[in-house]
Design a binder for this molecule. Sequence first.
Ligand SMILES: Nc1ncnc2c1ncn2[C@@H]1O[C@H](COP(=O)(O)OP(=O)(O)OP(=O)(O)O)[C@@H](O)[C@H]1O
Ligand SMILES: [Mg+2]
Length: 372
Amino acid sequence: MARVGLALGVASALTGYLSHPRFYCNYVECCPRDGQRLNASGTAGAGGGRAAPELGRSLGSAARGVRALKAQLDNRLFGQHLAKDVVLKAVLGFSNNPSPKKPLMLSLHGWAGTGKNFLSQILAEQVHPAGLRSKYVHLFLATLHFPHHDQVKLYKEQLQNWIRGNVSACPSSVFIFDEMDKMHPGVIDAIKPFLDYYEEVDGVSYRKAIFIFLSNAGGDLINKAALDFWISGKRREDIQLKDLEALLSVGVFNNKNSGLWHSSIIDRNLIDYFVPFLPLEQRHVKMCVRAEMTARGYAVDENIVQAVADEMTYFPKEQRIYSDKGCKTVQAKLDIHEDLVMREMKARGVGQLLAAAHTSLKEIDAVSVRKV
Ligand SMILES: Nc1ncnc2c1ncn2[C@@H]1O[C@H](COP(=O)(O)OP(=O)(O)OP(=O)(O)O)[C@@H](O)[C@H]1O
Ligand SMILES: [Mg+2]
């Protein structure tokens, strides 16, 4: 009897241990608990960037999380001082607040290849370390998930159900809506009730979720503002959010191809921050090439860095300051160079082998002659 009791005791202790969140969540992805909304270790994703441990100890969890996010952005996102500042400010306010009044809603705008998806990915990794692979991070592409104009009603219904289900499962879910400029007007208004200042909607609280819109809309306005700064001899780093924010919100609201055209989301001021992405200059393209070479495990070769940067096209035509595609084609261009370098190395390797073989043959010949 005593043995059975002991066995039951051990079994229940073991079950308790295995099902304890600390153990269980080491092996299965868990929704972060309250007060744990940002990953404070700074180890998410590729670029490293740990928060200093001595500071980590003296800061609260939210502040540590923001510090780790800052380190990631400082190390990995180039040429986007505004986007960096705005996102850090937004996330600091949001994660410091134990009961936010509404979900965090960011709208990222800018030219192609300037880092909108990249920043969303870094931010998502900071909330859910698996990033885009996390079951709590949801990426919608307008052209893939909402392609047909005549099905807007159905999309709205599906979207609401999807968001309701996922936020019920994990309050700190992250929803990223890409290609907002290709979204049929009206679709996105389906999420308005979730973004508003309601404690709960049908028994679900959305106030800890994060919504991110990505769009090229307004990119031309940002580019023009950046160019005006450049022409008047001012430093890019001196461009401030106030120089662009109003311009963006009005421009996007009045742009029929923004996905937010006359949207009640803007009308009701539910977007917390418009985040501008500046067009990237050649020096930033070079930084992207160096980062990519390092990520691939190569020593940085400045000749290749320059060659890739030279292959990009730049605008405006006369001044050639900003990269047409930002850093977007860097990886593909580097693939070609990598291929060439490998071929050259192989060729050199074969040449060296042949030369070595040639020398050995000569030596053998010499020995044979001597023997004779
Ligand atoms: N500012 C940046 N700093 C560092 N890397 C960048 C930056 N911008 C782009 N990249 C690199 O280029 C790749 C493509 O950028 P990304 O997909 O974020 O562009 P995007 O702004 O979303 O462009 P699009 O509007 O065309 O979708 C990224 O995965 C990243 O490797
Ligand atoms: Mg993108």
